[in-house]
Ligand binder design. Structure first.
Ligand code: GLY
Ligand code: MN
Ligand code: MN
Length: 359
């Protein structure tokens, strides 16, 4: 286990008075050990860490973790028994567990079979270890975003009236997968015409027609790390109203991008964009938060939202994605992904943002 990450875990265990931790979240397991199989647990004692998994993953766990001990469950010895043995060998009495991740029935079974062990819910304390990204993690996120930029450039070359929303999805996804993506960060959104008023519309067989907004929101996974970006274009010539809405969203995004720096809360950055949209008279049509962090998961903490009290620090990532959604008319969202630096932020998204009309 990486020394830095081990020190963070030891500090957390000391702070919470724990003898051991049980890591259940797949991304937390990967972050702490390298094991990317996502099945099983990582037991962390004061002196050792052990991966518990099943026979499908034993070899992978050994290879990816650089030689951590791996215990394989069997019919005779399932997770509760193996965990009980580890705690007993280490003299462990207090065990932190991921209450936001484990199933109630699995926790109940462990509590029943491990009598005498005190279970301490960790809340999001393990996830919080991942908030500040290392330079290596940031490069993976930047590469994932670069693959997205290339897919958008490809889309602009093939986009035509008459294509369906699903055609658009296929163009973006296949381009990302042919150019280094191992998968998608989330189901690709391509929302046209009135559908674009739904921030998370599912793609349909609707055909693009002149006068439509088309919003594409997509991202891929590169070496475990996610990307996320959104662009909105107009099919045919933009109307005056479309142009006004687009320019308002873009100004809101630019205000927020200019503001981002360490020391501001997520709520303060959100307000920068929200006030631009509010002053333009569209406040009621921007219902979601301004952004979220991105890493091994597509949605991570801290958020940029009216209720986010966490303070930005260098090394965090954030999306900046204001939108205006007018029912029965259409909507615009523009989303970039940035890394917070010592004195501002570095934008990882390079796709153009001037209003594009597809003729
Ligand atoms: N569609 C996911 C997001 O932008 O957060
Ligand atoms: Mn997105
Ligand atoms: Mn996003």
């Amino acid at each position: 286990m990486d020394g830095n990450r081990r020190r963070k875990l030891t500090g957390l265990m000391e702070e919470l008075g724990l003898d051991a931790l049980l890591v259940a979240d797949g991304c937390n397991m990967r972050y702490l050990t390298g094991f990317s199989g996502g099945t099983g647990y990582v037991y962390v004692g004061r002196e050792r860490a052990v991966i518990l998994t099943d026979s499908r993953y034993t070899t992978q766990a050994k290879e990816e973790s650089g030689g951590l001990a791996v215990l394989e469950i069997s019919r005779e010895a399932g997770y509760p028994k193996l965990l009980g043995q580890l705690l007993s060998e280490d003299g462990g009495r207090t065990l932190g567990f991921e209450d936001g991740v484990m199933l109630y029935r699995d926790v109940a079974e462990l509590q029943e079979k491990l009598a005498g062990i005190v279970f301490v819910p960790l809340g999001g304390r393990l996830d919080a270890l991942r908030r500040i990204k290392t330079p290596e993690e940031l490069e993976k996120i930047a590469e994932a975003e670069r693959i997205g930029d290339q897919a958008f450039a490809h889309l602009l070359g093939v986009l035509r009236p008459g294509m369906t929303e699903m055609d658009v999805v296929v163009e973006l996804e296949s381009h990302m997968k042919r150019n280094g993506a191992s998968g998608l960060s989330f189901e690709t959104i391509a929302a046209s015409g009135p559908h674009s008023a739904m921030p998370h519309a599912a793609p349909t067989m609707r055909r693009l027609a002149a006068g439509d907004f088309l919003t594409v929101d997509f991202g891929c996974v590169y070496d475990g790390y996610c990307s996320d970006m959104t662009r909105t274009v107009v099919i045919g010539k933009a109307s005056g109203r479309q142009r006004e809405i687009y320019e308002t969203v873009l100004r809101a995004q630019e205000e927020a991008l200019r503001a981002i720096r360490p020391g501001l809360t997520g709520a303060q950055v959100d307000e920068k964009a929200r006030s631009v949209i509010g002053q333009a008279g569209y406040g009621a049509f921007f219902g979601h938060g301004l952004g979220h962090s991105v890493g091994l998961y597509i949605h991570e903490e801290p958020r940029l939202s009216p209720s986010e009290t966490a303070v930005l620090e260098a090394g965090m990532t954030e999306t900046v994605e204001p939108g205006i959604y007018i029912p029965d008319f259409g909507g615009v969202r523009i989303e970039d992904l940035v890394a917070v630096t010592e004195d501002g932020c570095r934008n990882l998204t390079f796709s153009p943002k001037e209003l594009i009309e597809i003729r």
